[in-house]
Design a protein around this ligand. Structure first.
Ligand code: IPD
Ligand code: CA
Ligand code: CA
Length: 281
């Protein structure tokens, strides 16, 4: 019996050590990647296209290579899902979900709104979210059950109660010109009801800004797990609400996200319900 408890204690301590190390590696690689992004702003960019509008630079790849090699140094067996293709599947309960540069179009135009996004899942649940804006040097961190911090200080969502006083943010998928689910109809509805609507160009940072009370709500169609995984935990741990457009639980592989301060959530669900996701549909 005593041996069993000693073994259990060892496992718990080992688990705690592992989480602490995961956090350390996630924070240091987000900052190192941020440095790569910042330095890259002063250099010439090699741009290639993954689609009509979807571009990628050598800095996206460099940033991802660095993050993945840092993870590999410490956790050989952890699974990885990364936007630029450094993926790895295994039986490990841990999975890292990485966007090495969220806001690439902004980056290519030297528009300073972009970030590095790193999330860690344990058995399918996101337990850590880290997003770093290297221009403003803002580091958003959330751990499951421990709240959200911005540069080590706790943050929370805004107190805004209605759409009329709300500043909203959205985005448009790269398929905006060809996909009938292009968000334009929802966009026009919110422009008419909200105090203001912005399109900033980095979904991960948009979620952090809702978490910090700078925006009151965010919605978008057609995002990928690396765009939303870290921001989802950062916002929910800051007291926000994240669902699909119908108000049902959000999953990172779900194509719709509605993320708010909670108070304006029902009003946004109602307006999204009145909109059409398709042109003329
Ligand atoms: C994009 C940004 C943008 C959103 C796009 C994303 P990327 O990610 O998050 O705000 O509107 O749908 O694909 O390509 O810059 O990593
Ligand atoms: Ca992205
Ligand atoms: Ca990206």
């Amino acid at each position: 019996m005593r041996a069993f408890f000693l073994l259990l204690k060892h496992d718990i301590l080992h688990g705690m050590d592992e989480i602490a190390l995961i956090k350390k590696v996630a924070l240091s690689s987000a900052k190192k990647a941020g440095r790569i992004l910042r330095e890259g702003m002063t250099r010439g960019l090699t741009i290639s296209y993954k689609g009509d509008l979807n571009l990628v630079t050598q800095i996206d790849t460099l940033s991802e290579q660095m993050i993945v090699s840092e993870i590999r140094k410490h956790f050989r067996n952890h699974q990885i899902l990364a936007e630029e293709g450094h993926n790895y599947e295994s039986a490990s309960p841990y999975r890292w979900i990485i966007d090495p540069l969220d806001g690439t179009t902004n980056y290519a135009h030297r528009f300073p709104y972009f970030c590095v996004s790193i999330a860690v899942e344990f058995q399918g649940f996101i337990v850590l979210g880290v997003i770093y804006d290297p221009i403003r040097q803002e580091l958003f961190v959330a751990e499951n059950g421990k709240g959200t911090t911005l540069n080590n200080r706790p943050i929370g969502v805004s107190p805004v109660l209605n759409l009329r006083e709300a500043l909203l943010v959205t985005g448009f998928a790269y398929s905006v010109k060809t996909d009938l689910k292009n968000n334009l109809n929802h966009f026009s509805h919110f422009v008419m009801k909200a105090q203001g609507v912005r399109r900033m160009g980095s979904a991960a940072l948009d979620l952090c800004y809702v978490a910090a009370g700078r925006f009151d709500g965010f919605w978008e169609l057609g995002l990928n797990p690396w765009d939303t995984a870290a921001g989802f935990l950062i916002l929910t741990e800051a007291g926000g609400t994240v669902t699909d457009f119908a108000g049902k639980p959000f999953a990172i592989d779900h194509p719709e996200i509605l993320a708010t301060n909670g108070k304006i959530h029902p009003a946004m669900v109602a307006l999204l319900g009145k909109g059409k996701s398709t042109i003329g549909g």
